[in-house]
Ligand binder design. Structure first.
Ligand code: FRU
Length: 497
């Protein structure tokens, strides 16, 4: 049964989304049909197709009562739009269907596990929010919410955990059939923790362990946890609120945190060994991963940031997009990420240059430009002397550009989008360290009209930026410049889907 609330959302998107021209959207990044989107949800395989849901408010480009939007794909690049999947329409979720995850049940139904939000007026007149975990099952298009919702409630919380900040269940199935999920919570010290729950059927859960806790070290509340083994390491991803800066590794505000360690499955004990940022750019939050049938761990994230998300381009009708799906690995104790290999089949029109000298003059190369491109630039010293800086300008046109500057003596990359064309004074600059390689740096930039996803040294670091040059007037220039003399090799493809 489709509720009136969900039907209204479906009717609204069916009527107004077709009026948004393709040019207002990126070419191959997922957007909502209309309105606002945030976190990816339910990123999973169902009946041989990739499904992706997301936090969705169709009625305006600002966050509002959360629905789930829905798309599916066979290759993670071409996405087919499906009608909105969930709306806040039951006693367990009257004020929002917050983030969650999905999997295919043994009986062939698609199972969704998400956070139901209820706002309750207190005696003193204030509003208090309660978060519980709810289930829905469906056929890949329409979903029936479980009448017994919530399936995980405040009664299932360990001592001291908050029922106000208790959200974003990420589900998976163990080899023995046990269903597990991790949920973000806030414990007595006011900061985040990741709780593990287990179930045999998805509808009855019990708490089994607290896998890790923030102890006010990495921000406060930990949102959107994900937990999986990868290349012999156990990975815990969380999205912390209120991070404090730490060197150039973590910046203040909404962050992305990858904890690497080991997991004793029998004892349900995670031992944290290392911590790093997941993405070093500005627009990356709430990542979620899935395992592809050929065994790849693929991650997708919201390509935005809560602090800046209310500054929007004039006239935009669908706000928010997802990052490219990225293949993950762990190498030398670090998380490695690169665009999914399917992107390579969309490359055309190769233009390449070898050993080009770059100095103080701004250099452009014939054929090296474009707004929807996959560009790799390798920069190294020209001869004995180390260049002082190397600057790659992207999305340039007249006075507009975004710069990626590398200072090899310090191994620092600085990305500055303050002149990308966006007329709002939001955070525009990020600096981060890359691993020293004797002055050599490999930059892969994937541009899709309104974004630049940067991958350094074969995925050792990623940095993601939204570039609202101007709707319908994307800037397409690319240039190179150095202080001192550097040598570059360049390979550029247009991306055509
Ligand atoms: C993260 C988040 C989640 C929550 C959702 C609400 O971006 O705050 O914790 O479920 O967004 O839209």
């Amino acid at each position: 049964m489709i509720s009136d609330t969900l039907q209204k959302a479906r009717d609204f998107e069916a009527k107004y989304a077709p009026r948004i021209p393709d040019s207002e959207r990126p070419a191959f990044h997922v957007t909502g049909a209309i309105g606002w989107i945030n976190d990816p949800n339910g990123f999973s395989l169902y009946k041989g197709e990739y499904h992706l849901f997301f936090q969705y408010h169709p009625y305006s480009t600002l966050w509002g009562p959360m629905h789930w939007g829905h798309v599916k794909s066979r290759d993670l690049l071409h996405w087919e739009r499906l009608p909105a999947a969930l709306a806040p329409d039951t006693d367990a979720d009257p004020d929002g269907c917050f983030s969650g995850s999905a999997l295919e049940l043994a009986d062939g139904r698609q199972f969704l596990l998400y956070t139901g939000v209820r706002r309750v007026r207190q005696e003193d007149g204030s509003i208090r929010e309660y978060e519980t975990q709810c289930a829905a099952v469906g056929d890949g298009v329409d979903y029936e919410k479980y009448p017994g919702n919530p399936v995980i409630s405040a009664d299932d919380l360990p001592e001291g955990s908050s029922d106000r900040d208790f959200r974003d269940p990420k589900i998976w199935q163990e080899e023995d059939g046990t269903l597990c999920c991790v949920v973000g919570s806030r414990v007595a010290d006011g900061s985040g923790a990741v709780l593990l729950y287990e179930s045999t059927d998805g509808f009855h859960w019990h708490y089994t362990a607290t896998l890790d806790a923030c102890r006010n070290q990495y921000g406060r509340m930990w949102e959107c946890p994900d937990f999986f083994p990868l290349d012999g390491t156990q990975v815990l991803l969380v999205s912390p609120q209120e991070m404090r800066p730490e060197g150039l590794e973590f910046h203040a505000g909404y962050g992305s945190l990858c904890l690497l360690g080991s997991y004793d499955k029998n004892a349900r004990r995670f031992t944290r060994e290392r911590a790093q940022a997941i993405d070093y750019g500005i627009d990356f939050y709430a990542p979620q991963t899935m395992l592809t049938p050929d065994g790849r761990r693929v991650m997708i994230a919201w390509m935005q940031n809560w602090t800046t998300a209310s500054s929007q381009p004039n006239g935009i009708r669908c706000f928010g997009e997802m990052t490219l799906p990225r293949e993950l690995h762990v190498r030398d104790g670090r998380l490695i990420q690169n665009p999914i290999r399917e992107l390579e089949s969309c490359r055309t029109g190769r233009v390449a240059y070898e050993n080009v000298t770059v100095d103080g003059r701004e250099l452009t190369l014939p054929g090296v430009q474009g707004g929807i491109i996959d560009l790799t630039v390798t920069v190294c010293p020209a001869g004995e002397a180390l260049y002082r800086t190397f600057t790659l300008k992207l999305a340039a046109d007249g006075g507009r550009f975004t710069s990626v500057r590398y200072k090899p003596s310090e191994n620092i990359v600085r990305v500055d989008r303050s002149r990308c064309g966006f007329p709002h004074d939001i955070v525009h600059v990020r600096e981060f360290c890359v691993r020293p390689r004797d002055g050599e740096l490999k930059i892969r930039a994937v541009l899709d009209r309104y974004s630049a996803e940067l991958f350094f040294n074969d995925g050792e670091q990623a940095a993601t930026f939204v570039l609202y040059s101007e709707l319908n007037a994307p800037a397409e220039g690319v240039s190179f410049q150095a202080e001192g003399t550097a040598e570059i090799s360049v390979e550029k493809y247009d991306l055509v889907l």
